[in-house]
Design a protein around this ligand. Structure first.
Ligand SMILES: Cc1cc2nc3c(=O)[nH]c(=O)nc-3n(C[C@H](O)[C@H](O)[C@H](O)COP(=O)(O)OP(=O)(O)OC[C@H]3O[C@@H](n4cnc5c(N)ncnc54)[C@H](O)[C@@H]3O)c2cc1C
Length: 323
């Protein structure tokens, strides 16, 4: 039992103006990931440093299924426009508040003036610095006005016995909904990777950040491994790897782009360990990623690397063989 995680159960953390995130139940933690990975051994005698090393190894090599052994169940309330982005994550089990069955709450998200940003011209899906205060205030007043009308229509329709499933159809996307959401740790970390990222909309990020903090409590070593190897890491293209490799090594006697007569590390392995907190194994694996860029010279283009076979048969050939 992870006492710290148990203490979090049932704590409702407020998010935005009317939303919340609460961890309702948890199955497993770091040990459950390790237990699954070491399926043939007991876990009782392992040291924390060994658990940490194993979890980092699994994350580094994208050996993900042991991370699926941990499950987290949340109860959360969010505006419908946030829920719409959220529901695109298909690997969770969700049960949402029913506007057909229950009355919709008279709760709407109102952005704070400072959070009402201008359209971002570079990233078309984002926003930048706040609009002028008078624009923010007028925007808020107009939202208020529209909601007032929408709520009046809703209340009137319900009072006239119009079915709730119809009465609600013009309520705004800012209306709050709530759901239970259960997911395994692997898929939760994938969700957090996308939704804690600075490219995610601020309003969903506010929820994801609280969920990240709770996930950290549930499985601190797994979370740290994800933070290092997934969240704050990134992929490099073939061309970018060349640039990096040339930064890491001083190349002597280079005829073609990578033909090596001798190479000398610009940054020593000991320094990587001391200054950048990598362990010996991590240093070896890091450097080994550049080996490929010395062997296959020059890099084959994709059609050279994966040429179509020249020989093929008609379907009847195999039909006859199988018959
Ligand atoms: C910043 C941002 C902007 C976005 N903008 C848009 C937008 O403009 N329009 C839009 O429609 N969406 C948009 N999305 C949603 C995005 O395209 C994904 O639908 C969403 O992030 C869910 O990601 P996912 O499929 O990886 O996650 P999940 O559904 O949780 O799936 C997790 C993983 O499971 C696997 N998987 C799940 N289902 C399948 C499947 N059917 N086939 C194959 N593999 C599967 C994939 O590996 C996937 O990565 C945006 C998301 C972000 C973060």
């Amino acid at each position: 039992v992870n006492t710290a995680a148990q203490e979090q159960l049932g704590r409702y953390y407020p998010v935005l103006d009317h939303g919340f995130v609460a961890l309702i139940d948890v199955m497993g933690g770091d040990e459950a990931v390790e237990q699954a990975a070491r399926v043939s051994y007991g876990t009782g005698t392992r040291k924390t440093s060994e658990t940490r090393g194993l979890l980092r190894y699994l994350m580094r090599h994208r050996h993900t299924t042991p991370y699926e052994m941990v499950e987290l169940k949340f109860h959360m309330a969010m505006p419908i426009f946030v829920a719409r982005q959220w529901i695109r994550h298909r690997t969770a089990s969700v049960n949402e508040y029913s506007g057909r069955y229950s009355l919709m709450p008279n709760l709407f998200y109102m952005p704070e003036p400072d959070d009402i940003g201008k359209q971002n011209a570079a990233n078309r899906q984002g926003r930048v610095e706040a609009v002028a205060p008078e624009v923010a205030n007028t925007f808020r007043a107009q939202l208020e006005h529209q909601r007032h009308d929408a709520v009046n229509t809703y209340k009137w329709a319900v009072a006239e016995d119009v079915a709730r499933e119809l009465a609600r159809i013009d309520l705004p996307l800012s209306t709050y909904t709530q759901w239970y959401w259960k997911i395994d740790l692997h898929n939760l970390l994938h969700f957090l990777g996308l939704r804690c990222d600075s490219h995610a909309q601020y309003e969903i990020r506010a929820f994801a950040d609280v969920m990240a903090a709770l996930t950290h409590v549930v499985a601190p070593l797994a979370f740290e491994a994800w933070y290092d190897y997934a969240f704050l890491s990134c992929r490099f293209s073939r061309q970018e790897m060349w640039v990096l490799r040339n930064l890491v090594y001083r190349i002597h006697d280079e005829t073609q782009r990578g033909l090596i007569a001798a190479r000398e590390a610009m940054i020593g392995e000991a320094q990587m360990v001391e200054d950048f907190s990598l362990n010996k194994r991590e240093v070896d694996e890091f450097l080994s990623r550049f080996d490929r860029f010395d062997e296959e010279l020059p890099d084959p283009d994709a059609d050279e690397r994966f040429p179509l076979p020249t020989h093929f048969e008609a379907p009847e050939y195999f039909a006859q063989k199988w018959a």
